[in-house]
Design a protein around this ligand. Structure first.
Ligand SMILES: Nc1ncnc2c1ncn2[C@@H]1O[C@H](COP(=O)(O)OP(=O)(O)O)[C@@H](O)[C@H]1O
Ligand SMILES: [Mg+2]
Length: 597
């Protein structure tokens, strides 16, 4: 929690101008049906401002009973005061309640909009943003917006009402005294604020000097053997001495300014107040002002002064909030993928699974200087297995990312069943594919939920069947809670091979036409590799499979093997064909791995 406070403290301020305000007002769309709460809240805000301004007036009347000696009015005025207090508290309640209510509803719809938008953004967005960073930045931006909508704006408006209303009352009570006060107090107050800022700056300088001298100690202690070996104790000692002298010099200078400031505040600010009172009494002696009015005048002056002082800080908060709103809308303005997000789309059109890549070239948007794939052409008929092999970093995973349409190719095309992949609706395309990666991410939840990720409306029987086909049932049954076992961060930790089998069960449920195995067994020990491979072999039957493998022995039976090097197809053919190539890359890689075994 403490961290959260600090986060919003660090937020940069935005300039308040026409274009930034226009952006900020886009938030208004998200208030939706709760707009009336905002308006009613604003109305109550006006009322609380009004009642607050009424107080000094009634207190004035109360005091004036002494001057006018009409003591019989005391009780009536007392009742007015109580009534005003009651109104004030009721209005405040509704004001706060309505503001919190409309803010939370607005934020909820904003949060939902951001989330829905974020998960439909293309992969190219995520590779350019550090995702953790994005999340923490968004949460501090949203909490800044929250504070601003619930309290800051209301406070700011209230202060403005109090300042303007206060000045009007001051003018009503005594124009002369008001002009005199406005002539001196703001000047002195502004001077005090500027002076205060200057002092904060000098005290920050002292802090920096102290940090510097601490660095010297730290460095010497860490490198003490160096210091001793070079017999440089003398040098370090002198360095530290100089640094402490700097601190003293700066601190004393700071002290001098603080002293000036104290005498300034005492003399000028209080002097200004004393002059106003003196002039007020003077006017009273001329019968131009009553003492009760002077009393009300001083109260209104305090209202105006305090509110005025608060406005600067509130304004800074609003500036930060506008910055936050701008950043949030930057995310919302990113172009999303065309995906169906509000309903689960059943596979309507089943893809057969014939795939061909034609002269595909690709460069990651986050790394424009390197072309990762150059002129890749390959093809696989429905139901066949194509293996992609090659050194790490050669572009194998990138090829399957393009197949999943995480990115669009720079040039060339991917044809699926003879039709350009870009012509398919994304959801339909991806619903016909499944991937088993090297590292499987399980979501926090039960094993059952994790398997059903491949088909959200699966029945229990289907899930059990999928787990069996994936060779997962044997270990799942060993857990006391079986399919209901909670996994993920707060649950049971599954081994790599077990996670892999859950992923296979997901894929079984999804029943895809195109299957992608990206080093699915590469990080497993040989025993788990055997069970996982067996499950994979079953899964691959009848599907077009793209198999990326590190251990070449696992892909020998593939219908076609494509060897990729530096983003290009070096060799393509069956195992037998490739083994016959003199100086072939596949042959030398295979021979190398055989020697290792
Ligand atoms: N998201 C990414 N952004 C930028 N470059 C990437 C990204 N992913 C991979 N690369 C680069 O693309 C090249 C191919 O990577 P990859 O397809 O993962 O290789 P392989 O799977 O064959 O090991 C590498 O040079 C890698 O650094
Ligand atoms: Mg890879």
């Amino acid at each position: 929690m403490a961290r959260k406070v600090k986060d919003t403290e660090d937020l940069p301020k935005a300039k308040i101008n026409r274009s930034s305000l226009k952006k900020a007002f886009r938030l208004y769309e998200y208030i939706g049906p709760h707009k009336w709460k905002l308006y009613l809240g604003l109305f109550f805000l006006l009322l609380t401002g009004g009642t607050a301004l009424g107080f000094p007036m009634i207190l004035k009347d109360l005091i004036s009973t002494i001057e006018l000696k009409n003591y019989d009015k005391i009780n009536n005025i007392g009742i007015y005061l109580i009534l005003l207090l009651t109104f004030q508290s009721v209005f405040s309640y509704f004001r706060i309640y309505l503001f919190v209510n409309y803010t939370e509803n607005t934020l909820a719809s904003l949060r939902r909009a951001i989330y829905a938008h974020l998960i439909t953004l293309p992969m190219s967005y995520f590779v350019q943003q550090r995702v953790g960073d994005l999340n923490s930045r968004m949460s501090s931006d949203i909490s800044q917006i929250q504070d601003t909508l619930t309290t800051t704006i209301a406070e700011l408006l209230r202060q403005v009402i109090l300042v303007i209303g206060g000045i009007i009352f001051l003018l009503v009570i005594s124009p002369k005294l008001t002009l005199m006060m406005l002539g001196i107090v703001p000047i002195v107050a502004i001077a005090a604020v500027i002076f205060g800022r200057f002092i904060r700056k000098t005290s920050k300088e002292v802090q920096e000097r102290i940090a510097e001298s601490n660095t010297i100690i730290e460095e010497t202690l860490q490198g003490i053997s160096n210091v001793k070996a070079f017999a440089n104790e003398f040098f370090e000692n002198a360095r530290y001495k100089r640094s402490t002298e700097e601190i003293v010099k700066n601190a004393i200078r700071g002290g001098k300014y603080r002293g000036f400031f104290a005498s300034f505040v005492i003399f000028c600010l209080f002097g200004a107040i004393v002059s106003v009172i003196w002039y007020g009494i003077h006017l009273a002696s001329l019968n131009q002002l009553r003492v009760s009015e002077l009393f009300a005048f001083i109260l209104y002056s305090a209202f105006v002064g305090v509110s005025f002082g608060g406005i600067a800080e509130l304004y800074a908060q609003v500036q930060k909030a506008i910055g936050s709103i701008e950043r949030v809308f930057e995310i919302l303005d990113e172009e999303p993928e065309l995906l169906s997000i509000n309903e689960h789309v059943e596979i309507t059109k089943r893809i057969e699974g014939t795939v061909s890549f034609e002269n595909l070239a690709f460069t990651y948007p986050s790394r424009k200087e390197i072309q990762v794939l150059k002129n890749i052409s390959l093809s696989v008929k429905k139901g066949e297995t194509i293996a992609i092999v090659g050194p790490s970093g050669s572009g194998k995973s990138t090829i399957v990312s393009l197949l999943l349409r995480f990115y669009d190719p720079e040039s060339g095309a991917i044809l699926i069943d003879g039709i350009d992949a870009r012509k398919y609706p994304l959801t339909e395309l991806r619903n016909n594919m499944a991937i088993v990666p090297q590292d499987v991410l399980l979501f926090g939840g039960t094993i059952k939920e994790n398997i059903a990720y491949g088909k959200p409306n699966a029945t229990i029987a289907e899930i059990v069947e999928a787990a069996r086909k994936a060779n997962a049932l044997e270990f799942i049954d060993l857990f006391p809670e079986k399919l209901e076992t909670v996994v993920g961060e707060r649950g049971v930790k599954l081994s790599g091979g077990q996670r892999q089998r859950i992923a296979i069960a997901r894929a079984v449920l999804k029943d895809p036409s195109i299957l992608i195995l990206d080093e699915a067994t590469s990080s497993l020990d040989s025993e788990s590799e055997r069970v996982v491979q067996e499950a994979l072999d079953k899964l691959m039957v009848g599907r077009t499979s793209f198999v990326i493998a590190h251990r070449l022995s696992t892909i020998r039976k593939a219908d076609k093997i494509v060897v990729i090097e530096k983003g290009q197809v070096r060799e393509a053919g069956t195992h037998q064909e490739l083994m016959q190539l003199e100086n072939g890359l596949y042959r030398s890689l295979t021979n190398m791995q055989m020697e290792l075994v």
